[in-house]
Design a binder for this molecule. Structure first.
Ligand SMILES: [Zn+2]
Length: 142
């Protein structure tokens, strides 16, 4: 369990359902029901086709590592360095990429399978979807 001072706004009209689903252990994303594109950040309006026919969809929680960077200098007390920020593209919706944070400098490889997990931010805090490698890479094989 993390003790953080910086928390997401879970009451936002556009992003609230993302955090509500996470609190239930589900990963969701917003998609356009007309053109099929994913909407990240989630919005009620589709910037691709101009439509308003959008809704939340449940994701499997599987994705692949699109990119990552390791932060080696601490910027905020909530996030002791080093830590690694990952960008994960969802398996079922390639245009939705979500961020996650891993402690330290884990062995990662571009395109590796990632899986979601849910981090509770404090005893009464919101829940944040996070990502971890689906299979650990043996050391020295990156
Ligand atoms: Zn659309």
């Amino acid at each position: 369990m993390s003790e953080r001072t910086i928390l997401p706004n879970v009451d936002d009209r556009e992003t609230g359902p993302f955090f509500a689903a996470a609190a239930e252990g589900r990963l969701v994303y917003r998609g356009c029901l007309d053109c099929g594109r994913g909407l990240q950040p989630p919005t009620a309006h589709c910037p691709h086709c101009g439509g308003w026919n959008t809704d939340w969809k449940t994701a499997s929680g599987a994705g692949w590592l699109f990119s990552w960077t390791t932060v080696v200098r601490q910027i905020h007390p909530d996030f002791p360095a080093p830590y690694t920020l990952v960008v994960v593209e969802l398996d079922e919706q390639p245009d939705v990429r979500l961020l996650g944070r891993l402690d330290g400098e884990p062995e990662l490889a571009l395109g590796m399978a990632m899986e979601v997990w849910f981090e509770r931010l404090g005893p009464d805090g919101p829940t944040l979807p996070q990502w971890k490698p689906a299979i650990e890479i043996p050391e020295g094989t990156r």
